[in-house]
Design a protein around this ligand. Structure first.
Ligand code: GDP
Length: 229
């Protein structure tokens, strides 16, 4: 996996039309750590937490991933979207974040799956709830990655997983308990990502994003509590 670049506007998104998987979650949830764990390379996604890049869309290209069912290999992008939940950020910063993330999520036809990362130890934040509402409304395929399960005992981890399955994970393809720190759940997540991006379309790939067009059906995009109605 290689870092191929950052975008601050939709005009800078890649044009090679490879399938994409977007990573979303509030700041500090472990998004960079999970990208590193998936890449199997420490420090790769550190680029996304460098000052200046935290509010950009960062693209990581995966080269020659094996297709499910042994049908050869293919490339895809893992897309690191800027984290939300920075309540103290100035209004202008929050608004530019909403424009950038909104334009990616609403218009990106090559988006196959969102990995919605939450902290397994805590109830979903207001930002998490907003993101869930948005994904549900747009019928965007997503999985919930419940990170930092290494901090929980087995019973508590199961309890949290069930809570997520009944809450923000109810309309998800799966809820996957993960630990970016220990590698728990990373192979499962990787297998879901390969299925969503590289499975042959003629095998009834249920992950393909439903087409929905027309500005009238778009809800207002906002994840920052201060700008919620
Ligand atoms: P990001 O802001 O979402 O990209 O979060 P980072 O990947 O920078 O991680 C934020 C903090 O959480 C760091 O201190 C990480 O070491 C820690 N962290 C990330 N993943 C895990 C995990 O699976 N388990 C534990 N215990 N800590 C983690």
């Amino acid at each position: 996996m290689t870092f191929t670049g950052s975008a601050s506007t939709s005009a800078q998104f890649p044009r090679d039309l490879l399938p994409e998987v977007a990573f979303l979650g509030r700041s500090n949830v472990g998004k960079s750590s999970l990208l590193n764990a998936l890449a199997g390379v420490k420090g790769l996604a550190r680029v996304s937490s460098e000052p200046g890049r935290t509010r950009l869309v960062n693209f990581f290209r995966v080269h020659g991933a094996s297709r499910p069912g042994g049908g050869g290999r293919g490339d895809l992008y893992l897309v690191d979207l800027p984290g939300y939940g920075f309540a103290k950020a100035p209004k202008a910063v929050r608004e530019s974040w909403e424009r950038l993330v909104g334009s990616y999520l609403e218009d990106r036809d090559v988006l196959r799956l969102c990995v919605f990362i939450v902290d397994a130890r805590h109830d979903p934040s207001a930002g998490d709830e907003m993101l869930h509402e948005w994904l549900f409304h747009h019928e965007t395929p997503y999985v919930v990655a419940a990170n930092k399960v290494d901090k929980l005992g087995h019973g508590e981890a199961r309890r949290r997983e069930r809570q997520l399955e009944e809450g923000i994970g109810k309309s998800a393809q799966a809820v996957v308990p993960v630990s970016a720190a220990r590698g728990t759940g990373v192979p499962e997540l990787w297998s879901i990502i390969r299925g969503a991006t590289l499975a042959p379309a003629d095998e009834g790939n249920c992950w393909t994003r439903k087409l929905r067009r027309g500005p009238s059906r778009r809800p207002r995009w906002s994840l920052s509590p201060a700008s919620r109605r």
